[in-house]
Ligand binder design. Structure first.
Ligand SMILES: [Zn+2]
Length: 205
């Protein structure tokens, strides 16, 4: 791609670093910004900068939050004894949208994946195990995708908490969760949370 301006080229190259955005799309977006009033670009830059600078991770569940303890964790009307284990914030959003879950979450930040070099220590697993060992948890619900990495992660966590006196369940299998929990429709996802099954039964037999 030949550019008549180094400034334009730099902007296009930066934008093209984003996933799913090739050089052509990047050029289209940058030219769009050039046609808009200058302040529109300012708002975009400001929003991205503040988000990057100021966003926090909840000290309790590791969800993305504007404050130290997220709104879900600080809500006293929710059942703090039931913890739903998810991969990332998109899963929290998807489950919240169903309106069927009144417990709290624990965001792992990914799945164990040796191929991608992601081991248990890079995920928020220890804090979950510690939370369970405090004795204030009655149930852990695994809501990771039913992929090999999801299964490995569930099993790894299960092994560490299986001696604790809690219920361990998984959102109903057979329902198409796939790799993209956030794309499962709300009704299906809501039902799968209500009809969760004991974790032991999900891999035995
Ligand atoms: Zn939280």
């Amino acid at each position: 791609m030949e550019f008549s301006s180094k400034l334009l080229e730099k902007a296009v190259n930066e934008m093209a670093q984003l996933p799913g955005i090739g050089k052509r799309t990047s050029l289209r977006l940058v030219l769009h910004l050039l046609k808009q009033p200058k302040e529109h670009t300012g708002f975009l830059v400001q929003a991205l900068t503040s988000m990057r600078e100021e966003v926090k991770f909840c000290v309790s569940c590791h969800n993305i939050s504007d404050v130290a303890v997220c709104e879900i964790c600080s809500n006293t009307k929710r059942d703090h004894q039931i913890i739903c284990v998810v991969e990332d914030i998109r899963d929290v959003m998807a489950i919240e949208n169903t309106g069927q879950f009144r417990g709290i979450y624990h965001v792992l930040g990914g799945k164990i994946s040796p191929i991608d070099g992601v081991g248990p220590s890079q995920l928020n697993i220890n804090s979950l195990v510690e939370k369970v060992k405090t004795g204030n948890v009655s149930e852990i619900i695994f809501a990771l995708s039913s992929t090999m990495e999801g299964d490995t992660t569930n099993f790894y966590i299960f092994k560490q908490i299986q001696d604790c006196d809690i219920i361990t369940s998984t959102i109903a299998r057979g329902i198409s969760v796939g790799d993209e929990l956030e794309y499962a429709d709300e009704v299906t996802l809501g039902r799968s949370i209500l009809q969760r099954v004991p974790f032991e039964k999900s891999f035995k037999g």
